[in-house]
Design a protein around this ligand. Structure first.
Ligand SMILES: C[S@@+](CC[C@H](N)C(=O)[O-])C[C@H]1O[C@@H](n2cnc3c(N)ncnc32)[C@H](O)[C@@H]1O
Length: 249
């Protein structure tokens, strides 16, 4: 589908397709066991607050069918089930290691999440299937337009999409300070957690992926061009992190 951002999507794909195909899975396999601790540390403890914030915006009704895309260690699915245990929650992620951690964690807390291992560029679900779809902290690693179209396809008409990620701050000063902080943080964490080769190799990528990513407003416009309605985008930290919600149709 043509969109204002088709060219930028092509540039992102050309720049990162080798890393997306070869390295990202290895990075998440390497960090799966300590992924949540690393994130909490890197965000100086803000991650839990932002997640509570994100979860509180997600509206669910009894027995809703929910899909968490790029579910990783199932943090979103588990939080939603804690709030409403009768939800029918699905998770999809390409990383067996991240999902294994997530499956064990859900089970330990008495929850069942229907985990699917797969690439989210083609969601293995029928059209109009989910009431709610969530996607947290992964879109930078994806062909965004393709995945947002897939999410739109599997949502029921009137269903809701909730999105959260680290975005490219619109303010240049905030943007440069943000990259500086991320670079130091990634170097320290790789050393402290004895990260494997792929994680060390991808340190530069993690910053470039944000540099070539979208601002809050750009992501809102993309959603609108792809057919979503009632789009609300809210940023924190000068646009370094943003929360979006949108409706199908
Ligand atoms: C930064 S983690 C976020 C995990 C989780 N959403 C969270 O908030 O903690 C990114 C996740 O996206 C997954 N991922 C990246 N590219 C993917 C793809 N093409 N298909 C499926 N999963 C993918 C990774 O395996 C990883 O688990």
């Amino acid at each position: 589908m043509a969109c204002t951002y088709s060219k930028k999507e092509d540039a992102r794909r050309r720049a990162f397709e080798a890393i997306w195909a070869n390295d990202i899975n290895e990075v998440f396999a390497d960090v799966a066991d300590y992924y949540d601790r690393i994130n909490l540390f890197a965000s100086l403890g803000m991650l839990d607050i932002w997640r509570d914030n994100f979860i509180s915006t997600i509206e669910t009704r009894p027995k809703d069918r929910v899909l968490d895309v790029c579910a990783g260690t199932n943090v979103v699915g588990i939080d939603l089930l804690k709030r409403q245990p009768d939800l029918d929650v699905y998770a999809i992620d390409r990383s067996v290691a991240m999902q294994e951690v997530g499956r064990e964690r859900a089970q330990r807390q008495g929850f069942n999440i229907n985990g699917v291992i797969g690439d989210v560029h083609k969601l293995p679900f029928p059209d109009n299937y989910f009431d709610v779809v969530t996607l947290q902290y992964a879109t930078r690693h994806l062909r965004v337009m393709d995945v947002f179209c897939e999410i739109n396809r599997v949502l029921k008409p009137g269903g809701h999409f909730y999105h959260c990620d680290m975005l490219r701050p619109a303010n240049k000063f905030v943007e440069q300070a943000y990259y500086l902080y991320l670079r130091s943080c990634l170097m320290f964490l790789s050393w402290a957690f004895r990260s494997g080769k792929a994680a060390v190799r991808c340190q530069g990528y993690f910053i470039d992926a944000i540099r070539m990513f979208y601002s809050t407003e750009e992501l809102s416009r993309m959603m609108s061009e792809l057919g979503y309605s009632n789009i609300v985008g809210k940023s924190v930290l000068g646009g370094a992190v943003a929360f979006h919600q949108a409706c199908k149709g």
